[in-house]
Design a protein around this ligand. Structure first.
Ligand code: FMN
Length: 153
């Protein structure tokens, strides 16, 4: 079962192993780097069928931490494309979790001081009312994010 192929909305997966999004707190100005290449690429080499990036901010203000991966600049695309090409060369599907923090305080980051006492688990808790209620400043730019994401999908 775990190693059986699966198709989800037209996307063919060679098995049911999915690497879930995991913040790496390793970007500068949203850029992917060698860390992300190895983190994501090695999971694809290991046989996962679908490898997600960490929560990747669509605006700099929407980051969970200043070290989050981002996709708000065209310049971000080159390294992300290199990673996606490598992941796909292993027979895996490259996925990206698009994210916007929407005003919630950032979670505490291991090894880094933050003002927040909100746990990382709470930051990704989709049942939180804050997680379900986007603010107006979040909704307004959404059209442009969607337009930006479409060519990649
Ligand atoms: C280090 C770390 C970083 C995480 N970063 C994200 C993230 O960027 N986006 C997200 O939706 N979930 C994130 N999560 C949650 C995981 O993607 C995943 O949903 C969770 O670990 C699954 O846990 P479970 O198998 O115990 O249910 C993170 C978890 C960990 C441990």
């Amino acid at each position: 079962m775990l190693f059986d192929p699966l198709e989800i909305r037209g996307v063919a997966l060679k098995n049911r192993i999915v690497v879930s999004p995991m913040c790496q707190y390793s970007s500068e100005d949203g850029f992917a780097n060698e860390w992300h290449f190895v983190h994501l690429g090695s999971r694809a080499v290991g046989g996962a069928a679908l490898v997600f990036t960490e929560a990747s901010a669509v605006t700099p203000e929407g980051r969970i931490s200043p070290q989050d991966l981002g996709i708000w600049k065209d310049e971000h695309v080159a390294e992300l494309s290199r990673i996606a090409r490598f992941v796909e060369a292993q027979g895996a599907v490259a996925g990206m979790q698009l994210a916007h923090r929407d005003g919630r305080p950032p979670p505490s980051v291991p090894g880094r001081e933050t003002a927040s006492s909100v746990s990382r688990k709470a930051a990704f808790d989709r049942s939180s009312p804050r997680a379900r209620r986007p603010s107006v400043p979040t909704i307004q730019p959404r059209k442009s994010w969607t337009a930006r994401a479409s060519p990649a999908s």
